[in-house]
Design a binder for this molecule. Structure first.
Ligand code: SAM
Length: 193
């Protein structure tokens, strides 16, 4: 269990913001999506139901919200592709994630950053709601007004490009082959829609 610095309260993202975040990050049926701090499971259920992702994993520390999210996954018929892990996201491996959604505080994004850099593959995307990842350069920022007319923002990052160890990570990739493979995969999946 991590300390207070990686805890954030439960504040569900408006549905318009969830859709905007997933679309801004070019979600495709090839994706394995993680929501770190998944609350009532709305993000993973929407990712599975509306964007047909391969797998959607929510990680949530509150056991009541874990049960709510599992119930939503069953009700919306996506329990076969939605997994809700009860626990601290700092202790969960992210190695198979291709898209990570985060709606937490900026200070928590900062604590998470080294974990994301260490565990995500080059080409994986990270999308944050309202709060950027300090030290990273977004490749896309979308601003929108939610259902309550409140101004919200979505920041999209690509591992290997946005993170601050850009030159080292680029050397690891050796070419843009992984990124090209990912783009080809998205194009192929996009055609199936
Ligand atoms: C702002 S809410 C976001 C909920 C959902 N992702 C959404 O966008 O609607 C943050 C959630 O993260 C959970 N959380 C906070 N710290 C956590 C941690 N270290 N590990 C797992 N879940 C955590 C909280 O219980 C809460 O449900």
């Amino acid at each position: 269990m991590t300390g207070v610095s990686s805890r954030a309260p439960y504040i569900p993202a408006p549905l318009s913001v969830v859709h905007a975040a997933l679309r801004a990050a070019w979600v495709t049926p090839c994706d394995i999506v993680y929501d770190l701090g998944s609350g009532d499971g709305r993000v993973v259920v929407i990712a599975a139901r509306d964007y047909c992702v391969r797998k959607a994993v929510g990680v949530e520390i509150d056991p009541v919200l874990v049960e709510v999210a599992r119930a939503y996954a069953r009700i919306y018929g996506v329990a076969d592709r939605v997994e809700i892990i009860e626990g601290d996201f700092m202790e969960i491996s992210l190695e198979d994630a291709t898209l990570v959604y985060i709606y937490l505080y900026k200070s928590i994004n900062e604590v998470l950053r080294p974990k994301l850099e260490a565990e995500l593959q080059p080409g994986a995307r990270v999308v944050t709601v309202d709060f950027p990842v300090p030290g990273w350069v977004p490749i896309y920022v979308k601003r929108l007004r939610d259902e309550a007319d409140i101004l919200r923002s979505v920041h999209v990052y690509i591992i290997g490009i946005s993170d601050r160890h850009w030159s080292t990570r680029y050397a690891e990739i050796t070419s843009t082959r992984e990124l090209e493979a990912w783009l080809a995969c998205s194009r192929k999946c996009g055609q199936r829609h």
